[in-house]
Design a protein around this ligand. Sequence first.
Ligand code: PMP
Length: 388
Amino acid sequence: MTGSRLTLSRRSERIAKADIRTMTVECERVGGVNLAQGVCDMEVPIEVRRAAQEAIESGVKLLYEARRAGPPARGHRWEDAGFNGITADPETEVVVSGGATGGLYCACMAILDPGDEVVVFEPFYGYHVNTLLAVDAVPRYVRLRPPDWSFDPTDLEKVIGPRTKALLLCTPANPSGKVFSKEELASLAALAVRHDLFVLSDEIYEYFLYDGRKHVSPGALHAIADRTVTVSGYSKTFSITGWRVGYCVANRRWAAMIGYVSDLVYVCAPSPLQMGVAEGILRLDDSYYAGLQAAFTRKRDVISRALRQAGFTFADPAGAYYILADASHLPGSSGRDRAMRLLEATGVAAVPGGAFYADGGGDDLLRFCYAKEDEVLEEACSRLLRGA
Ligand code: PMP
């Protein structure tokens, strides 16, 4: 008799679990400060909270938000490149889904077949790779080189083959903090056209930019507008990670199927919470986003100073809210050894760099998240300096 049929799928085995939660558990064990997990501790804007509450109180909005383009889709002015330079019809080309995570999954389900290859920049965000694996696609990696996280275009050409179907971008990027420059995006756009590839673009950190940088959406580049699926959401921007409201924007040729998959998996993002997000988009003006940038620039500068004094080396992140630092001054042969050593010596938890690389790599790196309340960051800084 052969083995039992009661086994997990082979796919399940491929979907590796990240070290991020492990470090959180270790951190709780020693009562440390957790800079491993990326949780935004800013206050949810009152406009967003109030509109969600009103939607619940009113009772009438609690229907399935059956139309793909839920309220947040109509919050932006998508016509005439009104938002991020992207032109789209909110009714047929914007899909509101279960966060950016859900949006990306639905997009992958809609456009990728098993065995299709997708180019991913390394270090990567673990969910990106696991989402690809979940749909039986094959990630092909191109390394970004620290400290500025630049890439060699010849490395890109080397991984592109007959099965390559898409290029996955994350700008601003988790975990590197890289913001792809206009020139880099233009060269990637040319490559996507040359090899006839989709571009999947995760822009969840679009408002977390530093030192006067402006967000450039790949989907705004004319040459690739029709082949780009833009994925974003409000988890970070409005500090509502658990609300699960995000969206995809894509040409209607792709958006219809992305919307259908989203309907199949989620039906809809929670409708009262969509109302809250829509109100936030409509009511919050530039001063809100400028305030967010100022607050996070301060946080970045505070933690960077302490990390440098504690012996870490890195370039200041250009966007998002992570520092992926060289930790080779800490003893150990792997990122995990170094993360554990740091936790024991200082009580500060970071993510081992290996979590962001496929097969080896990242052993010298640790990722610190600074989306934390100021007091928590201050505590982390003094611990880092005491333990240095
Ligand atoms: N994309 C990236 C690059 C992220 O870092 C995160 C959060 N860690 C997400 C998406 C999650 O976004 P959402 O909550 O909208 O699913």
